[in-house]
Ligand binder design. Structure first.
Ligand code: ZN
Length: 285
């Protein structure tokens, strides 16, 4: 099943631009937005599985899409979770849970956006598989972790490296939370839609040039391992977002380093999910 946030209304998709409006089809039992649905995910999924494609009553334009989880209580992001990326960042491969930080929820947007480059900033790309939590999780084992995931989507952990790395200690949370720095989408894909949700090709291109390419099977901590590790400390809530880490190829790790220029377009894609597009500007500074 694929579910989109169409102009703040949950829509179960039958194609990339048509679907069933959840509130209308459920007679008000679920919806209208996606945020409240995650709190009753199992009940919702059982109801949605009975929907017929012929019930589709909404056609939409991609520009209407918002984040599949527009108001998460918590947003987790994971650093150094692919070995080639840990190497390009100058770190050893982590043995324990990799670095965990947050992208503050106000930076979360839908899939296709224009992003303002902060004045004097070095803005970098990080394509990432994103998991959205569908059931409260505390002390969950990896073996049971997928039961707590509503679905997957694409995320860009857009990062401003000057403020991220300015001393005395790194400021990951701030450097990665400028407005629009957490685009997500284009929709939520439930794990059962994918042949192997633990092995998806992901990558991104800047003005058509491929700058990152990897497979999620290369994650040092897989989604189940991350949920086990995170939930050993924090209670994960329905609708929470986990950015799972980025493969090699970020601009910071290049020689010479390279950052996004005004006017450039970044397209990020994940096999079985789709793609999201960001255009960058300095107009508005
Ligand atoms: Zn990242």
């Amino acid at each position: 099943m694929r579910i989109a946030n169409v102009d703040n209304r949950a829509v179960v998709l039958v194609s990339d631009d048509r679907g069933v409006d959840v509130e209308a089809a459920s007679g008000g039992r679920f919806g209208p937005g996606l945020a409240g649905i995650y709190a009753r995910w199992e009940e919702f999924k059982a109801w949605a599985s009975t929907l017929a494609d012929t019930a589709a009553d909404v056609s939409f334009d991609r520009s209407w899409l918002g984040s599949p989880s527009p108001t998460p209580t918590q947003v987790f992001a994971i650093g150094l979770n692919y070995s080639d990326h840990a190497k390009e960042s100058g770190f050893e491969q982590p043995e324990n849970l990799p670095p965990v930080f947050t992208k503050f929820p106000t930076c979360i947007t839908g899939p296709d956006t224009t992003v303002l480059i902060p004045e004097g900033g070095n803005v970098d790309w990080e394509v990432e598989l994103v998991a959205i939590i569908g059931k409260q999780a505390h002390n969950v084992t990896a073996a049971n972790a997928w039961d707590h995931v509503a679905g997957l989507t694409i995320g860009q952990d857009i990062s401003e490296r000057v403020s991220q790395l300015r001393g005395p200690a790194p400021q990951f949370g701030l450097g990665k939370s400028f407005p629009g720095f957490g685009p997500t989408g284009p929709w939520l894909v439930t794990p059962d839609e994918l042949d192997n949700p633990d092995d998806l090709e992901l990558g991104c291109s800047l003005d058509g040039e491929e700058v990152q390419k990897g497979r999620t099977s290369e994650l040092i901590f897989s989604i189940p391992a991350l949920i086990e590790g995170l939930s050993a400390t924090v209670t994960l809530l329905p609708g929470d977002i986990i950015f799972t880490g980025t493969p090699a190829g970020v601009g910071l790790g290049r020689n010479p380093q390279r950052f996004i220029q005004p006017g450039q377009t970044l397209v990020s894609r994940i096999e079985g999910i789709g793609e999201i597009t960001q255009t960058f500007t300095t107009t508005g500074n």
